[in-house]
Every structure is written in structure tokens, then in C-alpha cells.
Ligand binder design. Structure first.
Ligand code: PMV
Length: 324
């Protein structure tokens, strides 16, 4: 759909995400659960007097025409939009700002891709459906991850908590009480595409065990939907602990992440803990007992610099219009 009267500037924001259960197995068709978090990426698009498409973030800058690794996901999203709708006649400027820590497994690249697809398409005068935005944002994710399942993009685009599989796409999970999770960044950045290949190797070496674990991961994801709906937090925690064990078996946990998970579990303030996202570094999540959440955060913050509590915002992609 085309929108009359292109705005002076369009800002789109989209949340980061955590994967609560089922990462990696989701790439091979299993169910998984992801949720948006209260940290967001913002992308503002405005017109320029030139002809180029320019991209800025903090002190970095690049032109769309430059084939450097810088902003590769953003460029891929913009190229996909220009291929479909034709490039704009005048120059545009894309400003990116994010409070999602980069390389931390919290979906910063998906949030930036979603916000870019939302802001650039609307600036060009197109009011896209969420499914179309997911396709353009997915192009950005593919350029970074190789073979993404689409769960990161879906969690950021739709917000809230979702049950996801490649076959069914995202299905919202209604939450009848507020949930708070603790996120702790291990301080070790990682590459999702390398970890996806490592899991591919484990799968080729042990195909039948892998298949059973993938089925178990799907089953645990469906159980977790019921556990959340029934408010059965101890069972949610037990399923998260099960997930950590399977992720460790397929080779994506590390000594560092195992120690961090143990550390949180030993505090006795939480029901379960696991790595979140690709693993190999990045972050862990823990489900604290609601009344002990702040005490758990205080305890963990003494040893880990980047630790915070997140709730699950319902707002996914959001658009604002302005005059620059
Ligand atoms: O690197 P992350 O946190 O965005 O991990 C993505 C989740 C995986 O299951 C490992 C990959 C995917 O696309 O589903």
C-alpha cells in the first residue's frame, strides 16, 4: 500500500529479544519461544539534498554504495527495498541508535534490521504489512547469520512473547502476569553463523540423538507455553535448565557460560537459568522468584558488569513521524 504525503522524517524503533527455549533446534524446524525485551534500537530516516543513501551510527558512517563490512545488515535491507520499489530520487540519511549491547545474543542486529525495514519503507511511502517487513528484515539477518530461522526478527517485529517454528511462523503467547527475567552478559562476543555451523557438525556426527533432542526441545517449548499460562514458574525454570543441558550437549555452551549459569542457580533466588541465543559467549537469562529478583540482580552485579532485569513489552515495531 502506498501512503500519501511522504513525511519529513520517520523514526522506527524495535525491541531486542531473548530466546527463552529452543534456540538452534529452531533452525531445524523445532518450536522455540522468544520474547521482546525492554531495550530497543531506533532508526531515523530523513531526506538530504544529495543523491546518496548515507548511514550513520555513533561515530561511524558509510554510504550504501560502499561494499565494506560496515552496516552490512542495514545495507542489505535497504538494497532489498530499493530492488522492490526502485531507489528514491533524492538522497536519504539513516541514523541508527541502539541500547541493545552488540554481540551479546540479545538480538541487536534483528532489531536494527526490523527498524530499518520499517523506517525506510515508510519514508519511501509504503505502508507494509508485518509479514512484508519480516521478509525485508530477514534479508539483513541472512547476510549476517547465513541461515537464520527468523525467530529473532519475529520477536522484535511483533513484541510480547511468541511461540515460533519455521512452519507455523510466530504465534503470540498471552501472559496473564508480568514476568521479569534477569539477563547477564558474559562479556564474550560471539558469531552466530559460526555457532550455527558448529551445531550443523554435531548434527551430522550424531544424527539420531540430535533428532531426538530437537523433538524434546519442541516438546519442552510447548510445555513451557502451558507452564507460563498456568503461572507455574518452577516448571518454567525446570524446562529452562533442561534446555541448557541440551545446548551444552550440542556444543554451544562454554565453561564461562556454564559457570555463570551455576553461579545464578546457586544463589537459590531463581527457578532456572540458561544461555540465550547462539551461545559461545553472549548472555544468559535466569527466571528469578518474583520477590527475589532485585536481590538476585544485586548479587550478580557484584561479579558481572552488564546485568539487568527485563520485563516483556508488548510493543514490537513502532513508527513515529517528525520534522527534522
Ligand atoms: O545470535 P542470536 O542470539 O541472535 O541467536 C539466534 C538464534 C539461533 O537459533 C541460534 C539462530 C536462529 O536464527 O534461530
Amino acid at each position: 500500500m502506498t501512503v500519501e504525503g511522504v513525511k519529513e522524517s520517520v523514526t522506527a524503533s524495535a525491541p531486542g529479544k531473548i530466546i527463552i527455549i529452543g534456540e538452534h533446534f529452531v533452525v531445524y524446524g523445532s518450536y522455540a519461544i522468544a520474547a521482546a525485551i525492554t531495550k530497543r534500537a531506533r532508526v531515523t530516516v530523513s531526506g538530504t539534498s544529495g543523491k546518496e543513501t548515507l548511514i550513520f551510527s555513533n561515530d561511524m558512517k558509510s554510504k550504501l554504495s560502499e561494499h565494506s563490512g560496515r552496516f552490512s545488515a542495514v545495507k542489505e535491507v535497504v538494497r532489498a527495498l530499493y530492488e522492490k520499489y526502485g531507489p528514491p530520487e533524492n538522497g536519504i540519511r539513516i541514523d541508527i541508535q541502539s541500547d541493545i549491547p552488540l554481540g551479546s545474543g540479545l538480538g541487536s542486529s534483528a532489531a536494527i534490521s526490523v527498524a530499518t525495514a520499517g523506517a525506510v519503507s515508510r519514508f519511501m511511502g509504503h505502508d507494509l504489512q508485518h509479514e512484508e517487513i519480516a521478509t525485508f528484515a530477514g534479508r539483513g539477518e541472512k547476510s549476517v547469520h547465513g541461515n537464520p530461522s527468523g525467530i529473532d526478527t519475529a520477536a522484535s517485529l511483533y513484541g510480547g512473547m511468541i511461540l515460533f517454528s519455521r512452519k507455523t511462523g510466530p504465534k503470540p503467547i498471552p501472559l496473564n502476569r508480568a514476568i521479569q527475567l534477569l539477563v547477564v552478559y558474559s562479556g564474550v562476543p560471539r558469531s552466530t553463523s559460526k555457532l550455527i555451523s558448529r551445531v550443523g557438525e554435531t548434527k551430522s556426527k550424531f544424527p539420531s540423538t540430535f533428532e531426538h533432542l530437537a523433538d524434546a526441545s519442541s516438546f519442552a517449548s510447548l510445555q513451557l507455553v502451558d507452564a507460563f499460562s498456568n503461572g507455574d514458574l518452577p516448571y518454567v525454570g525446570a524446562l529452562m535448565n533442561f534446555s541448557q543441558a541440551t545446548l551444552s550437549w550440542i556444543g554451544v555452551s562454554t565453561n564461562n557460560l556454564d559457570a555463570l549459569v551455576e553461579n545464578v542457580l546457586h544463589s537459590a533466588f531463581c527457578y532456572g537459568a540458561k544461555l540465550t541465543g547462539a551461545g559461545g559467549g553472549g548472555s544468559i537469562i535466569a527466571l528469578p522468584m518474583p520477590e527475589k529478583a532485585v536481590a538476585l540482580l544485586q548479587k550478580i552485579s557484584k561479579r558481572y558488569k552488564v546485568a539487568f532485569l527485563v520485563s516483556i513489552p508488548q510493543q514490537g515495531l513502532s513508527l513515529e513521524f517528525g520534522v527534522r
